[in-house]
Design a binder for this molecule. Structure first.
Ligand code: HEC
Length: 119
């Protein structure tokens, strides 16, 4: 019985991996969905994150990781079901956040450097 479950989980993992490989995602549609579904409310329009959400811009997460997290967040983020955001829509959002430029390093922000120099 135990082996059956192990095989069953492996089959699910393989199917998920294949989905991931096939997934590319539509960046333009992802941008629309990021606003429409409301990810920006906590993660920011530039995916920069902040007090309410983690940085998503230039994410190194794989599409399966993003889908898994959005369906089953571990901390304070609300979960999104398939009804609210389909796997295809999340794949598009993933493609969009991956394409966002990462935030500037602190050393490239003059105001922050001035504050640091004063200390
Ligand atoms: C109500 C605020 C809120 C909204 C809306 C929200 N998130 Fe989040 N998200 C968070 C917070 C806070 C975290 C940090 C971990 C936690 O507390 O769950 C997070 C973490 C994540 C992570 C994990 C990041 C990492 O590097 O580990 C992903 C991926 C993510 N969010 C994607 C999304 C997507 C996609 C949407 C829109 C469908 C979305 N979130 C909407 C608050 C939010």
């Amino acid at each position: 019985m135990k082996q059956f479950f192990v095989l069953w989980f492996m089959a699910i993992e393989i199917a998920a991996a294949q989905n991931g490989l096939a997934a590319e995602g539509d960046v333009a549609n992802g941008k629309i969905l990021f606003t429409k579904i409301g990810c920006y409310q906590c993660h920011g329009y530039a995916g920069q994150g902040g007090r309410a959400g983690a940085q998503l811009a230039a994410t190194s997460l794989k599409v399966q990781d993003v889908i898994r997290y959005v369906r089953h967040p571990t901390l304070t983020m609300p979960a999104y079901t398939e009804k609210i955001a389909s796997n295809q829509e999340l794949t598009d959002i993933w493609a969009y956040i991956k394409s966002m430029p990462p935030p500037k390093p602190v050393k490239d922000i003059p105001l922050l450097n001035q504050i640091k120099e004063r200390q």
